[in-house]
Design a protein around this ligand. Structure first.
Ligand SMILES: Nc1ncnc2c1ncn2[C@@H]1O[C@H](COP(=O)(O)OP(=O)(O)O)[C@@H](O)[C@H]1O
Ligand SMILES: [Mg+2]
Length: 329
């Protein structure tokens, strides 16, 4: 009986000892678990901080002590991000230096062209005066062939004047914003006046300019700039027309807007070209052995935008092209 009791007590003592052991062990595991959770949180904080650009952040000493390999990997990953960031900064500096040099070269080139063009304008205008004197017979009578040759020269001179003015206007536009001088203008008269100025150039290619309108009211616009646009569009219409064809100009309106439509009959503009024609320097003139700068439509578009209007194009390949200027009344 006594021996059974002592075995039972022994068993109870062993059970108690095991329970005490498990309790101590559990507390230790729980402590480790909470410490690991805290370290993990701190690691996540470090990684997030790096993610949002704080490249001075590093894994803390406690993590380094307990998980040395993990801490080293994360720290060296941050170091390599820092290195790459430095490389990118250096590359960006280099790139922006190169862009500045290119911009300076572009500016020098444009200044050079503008100065040259400006200087060219003087002899071209002197030539124009001289041709007018000759045609006015101030230096004596002319025979038919001489008159014809001089008229031809006068038209080329006029085209040169237009070209020089487009280049100079575009240059001015690069330097300053377009400042419009709005005046009550009779658009009908302005179009008629411009057509008369362009007619001699059209005559050279046997092109007839026809004009039609029902609108005869005044609207507010900048006469000088609007004439520049009309000249550009009519010059283009003449340049890209079939020989001996017609350029149709029309002025009409609806309740809100007026529309100036300039149509020519020729190669037309292909769909894929349409989105480029207003780009600076875009030209196909050389293809047709014509002189072109690719600035005319770029300048015209800027001028119409400054008037809060728009230019749009309707064109059918190998048939016709219509440029339409839309302006609020
Ligand atoms: N009426 C038109 N018919 C066909 N193509 C045109 C017409 N007007 C302009 N274009 C096209 O748009 C291009 C750009 O015109 P523009 O800016 O005036 O430059 P440029 O006349 O100096 O070539 C022309 O080279 C031509 O390809
Ligand atoms: Mg042009």
């Amino acid at each position: 009986m006594y021996s059974l009791l002592s075995v039972l007590i022994l068993l109870l003592c062993a059970l108690l000892a095991a329970q005490i052991y498990l309790f101590v062990k559990y507390r230790k595991i729980k402590k480790i678990h909470f410490r690991n959770l805290r370290l993990l949180r701190s690691l996540t904080k470090t990684i997030n901080s790096v993610r949002y650009g704080n490249l001075y952040e590093r894994v803390n000493d406690e993590i380094s002590e307990i998980f040395p390999n993990l801490a080293q990997s994360v720290n060296s990953m941050i170091e390599s991000i820092v290195d790459r960031e430095d490389m990118i900064k250096e590359y960006q500096n280099d790139l922006s230096k190169k862009i500045n040099v290119l911009k300076e070269i572009e500016k020098l080139k444009e200044d050079f062209v503008a100065t040259l063009t400006h200087d060219l304008k003087v002899p071209i205008l002197a030539e124009k005066n001289m041709l007018n004197f000759l045609l006015d017979k101030r230096f004596g009578e002319l025979n038919e062939k001489q008159t014809e040759a001089l008229l031809h020269l006068k038209n080329s001179n006029k085209e040169l004047v237009e070209l020089v003015e487009i280049i100079l206007e575009t240059y001015k536009l690069n330097e300053t914003k377009i400042e419009l001088n709005h005046e009550e203008t009779n658009v009908n008269s302005l179009i008629e006046e411009t057509i008369e100025e362009m007619r001699p150039i059209a005559d050279t290619d046997a092109i007839q300019i026809k004009y039609w309108t029902e609108f005869d009211r005044k609207i507010k616009l900048d006469k000088f700039y609007m004439k520049r646009v009309l000249k550009n569009l009519i010059l283009n219409a003449i340049s890209f027309s079939n020989p001996s064809s017609v350029v149709d100009v029309a002025l009409c309106n609806d309740n809100k807007n007026i529309y100036i439509k300039i149509t020519n009959y020729g190669k037309g503009i292909k769909k894929e070209e349409l989105k480029h024609v207003f780009d600076k320097y875009y030209t196909t003139a050389k293809k047709f052995r014509k002189v072109g700068t690719g600035l005319g439509l770029y300048l015209s578009n800027k001028i119409i935008q400054a008037h809060k209007g728009r230019i749009f194009i309707e064109s059918k390949d190998h048939e016709y092209t219509t440029f339409i200027i839309e302006l609020a009344q």
